[in-house]
Write a protein that binds this ligand. Structure first.
Ligand code: MN
Ligand code: MN
Length: 465
């Protein structure tokens, strides 16, 4: 006689149970997650731009035995190399026991984040105040960038090629900068604008000074005084702004959020919340079976184009270089490769639940999110991962006890977005998105959960090792 199961038993066996990860994770593992996130917060503070994120990643990797890849040099299993693409994107690799042609295990994340870039001719004076004109980078809600302290990061390259690094506004005793907003008392007309138009692109002007030369004659003395300060500090003239990349980012440091300290608040977590786990995973693995590659890319927030974006030949060429080293072909290696495109997904916000379809939305503390497809409307602009590949990833996560969930980017037709997944999939690589759910994505201050960040790291590690 067969055993008769109760409805509860059948439900346990057949239905997809979703449960808060904090109710599943052991105390020991949560301790590891908390420790991991302390290092993650330090990375966030050290890496607020794509250049800094690349530099800091290389610094950490070098300390763990990675060296710059040399074309023509023979590398053996376990060797650790990296390629620095113009200081803005980096690929790390650990050579596997199997030939490169057997396929790579690629993790890919982006290290650029939405911000305010300075225009090529930024500095001007108006009613005896000096300001910078900006051109925003990536998808921002412009009103969020007013009345918050900003820091200035980037480089100024002089005509003779000398690179002047700029980072001001991060230390406690350094000055900061700000985009001012209209007081509510006089905002009657502004308040009638739509939210997206509340602050306009040309209104994102950054206040940088107010002090004129006292004893001089001439117009625009406040601006001149700023130029004098910049000349004394950096040796640059107004003309040098023409060949500069200067970025205004929030001056706020990463911190814990909540009485229970379960969350992290910081600027630029999209996508350093995946970039750091990808980096840490490739640093932590030993000699993998298949060659592991971690790519940290630039330009994702503006469409991944350009020679430092994922839509360039950077990864194709690196795969080729690795394969050729062993007398193989890069195209064969890529065809056999698998990729976790590590990017964030939108976590369901209790205040804005109506943009989510609850059964397919992601939640903070429910673990790392697997996103089969992104895109907009009828799955436009995405590389929908195959069922076969999702099954492979699903098994890997379950077999290693990683807490994970699936997520769609909001309701159908509510909007949409994309990641680097399709650019890697276009190379012939099996690719799926996997990353951390984020609240307030693209805001100057984004929120994630520590458990999810750590599960992202564990997923990367299992995938590469
Ligand atoms: Mn992203
Ligand atoms: Mn983004």
């Amino acid at each position: 006689m067969s055993e008769v199961k109760t409805a509860k038993q059948w439900a346990e066996e057949l239905t997809l149970g979703r449960k808060n990860g904090l109710l599943k994770i052991s105390a020991e593992e949560m301790e590891k997650a908390n420790a991991f996130c302390e290092d993650y917060k330090a990375y966030l503070d050290a890496a607020k731009t794509e250049r800094e994120a690349a530099e800091e990643a290389i610094r950490l990797a070098k300390a763990a035995g990675f060296s710059e890849f040399q074309l023509g040099k023979k590398y053996n299993a376990g060797d650790r190399v990296y390629v620095n693409n113009r200081g803005k994107s980096v690929a790390f690799a650990v050579i596997g026991k199997q030939p490169v042609e057997k396929g790579l295990r690629i993790t890919a994340a982006h290290i650029d984040s939405p911000r305010l870039d300075l225009k090529p001719n930024p500095l001007y004076e108006e009613i005896e105040l000096a300001l910078f004109k900006t051109h925003y980078y990536g998808g921002i809600k412009k009103y969020q960038w007013t009345a918050v302290p900003l820091a200035l990061h980037g480089v100024i390259v002089k005509a003779n090629g000398e690179v002047v690094k700029v980072c001001i506004g991060e230390k406690d005793d350094e000055p900061k900068f700000v985009v001012n907003d209209l007081l509510p008392h006089l905002a009657q007309e502004q308040s009638k604008r739509t939210l997206s138009d509340g602050i306009r692109g040309e209104e994102l002007n950054v206040l940088v000074g107010s002090c004129p030369f006292k004893d001089d004659e001439g117009s625009e003395l406040v601006k001149l005084n700023i130029l004098k300060i910049l000349f004394e500090k950096y040796g640059v003239k107004e003309e040098d702004f023409l060949s500069a990349e200067l970025e205004c980012v929030p001056a706020q440091k990463a911190c814990d959020i909540g009485f229970d300290r379960s969350l992290i608040g910081a600027y630029g977590q999209d996508d350093r919340v995946c970039a750091y786990p990808a980096l840490k995973a490739i640093i932590d693995i030993g000699t993998p079976e298949l060659t592991a590659v971690a790519v940290l890319a630039d330009k994702e927030e503006v469409g991944s184009d350009g020679n430092t974006g994922m839509n360039s030949d950077f990864i194709r060429d690196f795969a080729e270089d690795l394969a050729v080293m062993q007398g193989g072909r890069g195209s064969v290696a890529l065809r056999n490769s698998k990729c976790l495109s590590a990017d964030v997904n939108a976590a369901t916000d209790p205040t804005f639940q109506d943009v989510m379809e609850r059964r397919n939305a992601s939640f903070v503390n429910y673990g790392v999110v697997v996103t089969k497809y992104t895109g907009a409307r009828g799955k436009s602009g995405t590389s929908d991962a195959s069922a076969e590949y999702v099954a492979f990833v699903r098994k890997m996560l379950d077999d290693s006890g990683i807490i994970w969930q699936t997520g769609e980017l909001g309701k159908v037709d509510a909007g949409g977005g994309g990641t680097v997944a399709m650019y890697i999939a276009n190379l012939g690589v099996d690719t799926v998105d996997l990353g951390v759910p984020v609240l307030s994505m693209h805001a100057p201050f984004e929120t994630t959960a520590k458990l999810d960040v750590y599960m992202c790291y564990r997923a990367m590690y299992e995938f590469c090792k």
